[in-house]
Design a binder for this molecule. Structure first.
Ligand code: HEM
Length: 386
């Protein structure tokens, strides 16, 4: 006789600190495609194996349009936000690539590499300021370093006009501010993302002004919190692994390998990879019906032992094959700013322990304030001495 059990509530809670929920490991072993219950009592499918996640994130029978019935939102706020004018992050082909490619040239590996000297300068001067101000009493490295690194580039994206303070304004205030900024750029275009959209897309009539405003907003806010969290998580992870910290101090060229492992081990943006089925599909022996939501649990995929041996061990010297970690997503919606995020993180971790070799936490590890257990993993404030 079939048993009717209520699916477990999702998002699952992390048991402690930055550790992924244990439910993921259990489901990877027992039921890689399963049902979960969301905040509003609705159900969605949860996919936890690396190979199935890659399949979900490249399947054109699945949609990213949040206004479709059944799209799995994770909170009342998310459901509300789904009513906003969509940007490419919430679009399907062909509109998705049409809009994404309007700004993609600013995020190519080549373009980002050309920005590395600038990023290095920013990182150096922020660390110099910290050194001048002194490392006793404790300072919040998130406020003095991680946040400015992340938002300085937000500022460049809008050409010096948007500061961290402005970026932290309420969404509507920021949207109003950006609408005025777009007007300014229509009058006097400069060399920045908004002007590029104005000159190449708005003026020829490919998009309308609200599209420019929404895209500028997306690019300002999309990655900032994630960047801050990854920098803080990286610092803590190194302090928790003194042997690897020593290796990185001795050879800062290990930084890209460290960042690669960091973005596998900590998945700071794991709740964005959601889809809704447009037609019935079969996955892992289950039938997912049209109109049902699917959550691709990238945080679980990054700990899949079939792909990453000893997945719960942090090892910057990990031998890599062709497998791809899922920290930046996968498929057509894979993070547009991946190279920027990587360049920033690589430079941060090649530099910070060179300039502040005695950096350590001002609090015990078990007093670190992590994000709430059912939210994306992160650390927003981190008192240190150096
Ligand atoms: C370490 C930092 C970052 C991480 C871990 C990260 C992670 C992700 C992930 C997992 C996705 C895929 C979402 C999906 O499939 O729906 C994504 C997409 C995206 N990210 Fe990032 N991101 C980071 C930094 C940034 C930054 C700095 C920006 C902005 C400048 C940014 C802008 C975007 C945009 C616009 C998309 C949507 C792409 C599309 O739908 O085509 N991200 N990111």
């Amino acid at each position: 006789m079939p048993t009717t059990t209520t699916p477990p509530k999702f998002p699952f809670a992390r048991p402690r600190a930055a550790e992924p929920a244990i439910e993921y490991a259990i489901l990877r072993a027992r039921e890689p495609v399963s049902k979960v219950e969301l905040w509003d009592g609705s159900h969605a499918w949860l996919v936890v194996k690396h190979r199935d996640i890659c399949s979900v994130l490249t399947d054109e029978r699945l949609s990213k349009e949040r206004n479709r019935p059944g799209f799995p939102e994770l909170s009342a706020g998310g459901k509300e936000a789904a009513k906003n004018k969509p940007t490419f992050v919430d679009m399907d082909p062909p509109k998705h690539m049409e809009q994404r490619s309007m700004i993609a040239p600013l995020f190519t590996q080549q373009h980002i590499d050309s920005m590395r000297p600038q990023i290095q300068n920013t990182v150096d001067s922020l660390l110099n300021e910290m050194i001048e101000a002194g490392g006793e009493p404790p300072v919040d490295v998130a406020e003095k370093f991680a946040l400015p690194v992340a938002s300085y580039y937000a500022a460049i994206r809008a050409n010096g006009s948007a500061t961290a303070t402005e970026a932290s304004l309420a969404n509507q205030a920021l949207l109003d501010y950006l609408a005025k900024l777009v007007d300014k750029k229509i009058q006097t275009p400069e060399n920045d993302l908004i002007s590029k959209l104005v000159l190449e897309q708005l003026k020829p009539g490919h998009i309308e002004k609200p599209d420019v405003v929404q895209m500028a907003f997306l690019m300002l806010v999309a990655g900032n919190a994630t960047m801050v969290n990854m920098i803080n998580l990286g610092i803590v992870t190194l302090l928790q692994h003194p042997g690897q910290l020593k290796d990185l101090k001795r050879d800062p060229k290990l930084s890209p390998a460290f960042v690669e492992e960091l973005c596998r081990y900590h998945t700071a943006s794991a709740l964005a990879t959601k889809r809704v089925a447009k037609v019935d599909i079969e996955l892992g022996g289950k039938i997912i019906k049209a109109g049902e939501g699917i959550i691709a649990a990238t945080q679980s995929g990054n700990r899949d032992g079939d792909v990453f041996p000893r997945p719960d061990v942090f090892d910057l010297h990990r031998k890599r094959g062709s497998e791809q970690a899922l920290g930046y997503g996968y498929g057509p919606h894979q993070c547009i700013a991946e190279w920027l995020a990587r360049a920033e993180l690589e430079i941060v971790f090649a530099t910070i322990f060179q300039k502040l070799p005695n950096l350590k936490l001002a609090i015990p590890f078990d007093k670190i304030s992590y994000s709430p257990p059912t939210k994306d993993v992160g650390i927003t404030t981190l008192p240190v001495v150096f």
